[in-house]
Design a protein around this ligand. Structure first.
Ligand code: ZN
Length: 80
């Protein structure tokens, strides 16, 4: 087996383990930041979102205010 194949296999195993840990994490300790593109000519085109980074598992997530309203509200309290 070529070295690149060995490394690719190890990397895949590591990524699987990270993914499993992130799925199990409750993401209770996060940093969050509002984002928006408001100011469009048509207000219906304005988008609001929250970028969330979990301090425990390092997962990055983005929740749009109109598509993920529950998650958006859940993490809004963490925005500084
Ligand atoms: Zn997490």
């Amino acid at each position: 087996m070529k070295r690149i194949d060995v490394l690719t296999k190890i990397l895949g195993e590591i990524q699987d383990e990270i993914s499993t840990l992130q799925k199990q994490c409750p993401h209770n300790d996060v940093e969050a930041e509002f984002g928006s593109n408001s100011g469009n000519l048509c207000e219906v085109d304005d988008l609001y979102w929250i970028n969330v980074r979990c301090k425990e598992c390092y997962k990055h997530m983005r929740f749009d205010s109109n598509e993920h309203s529950n998650e958006y509200r859940k993490y809004a309290k963490f925005v500084k």
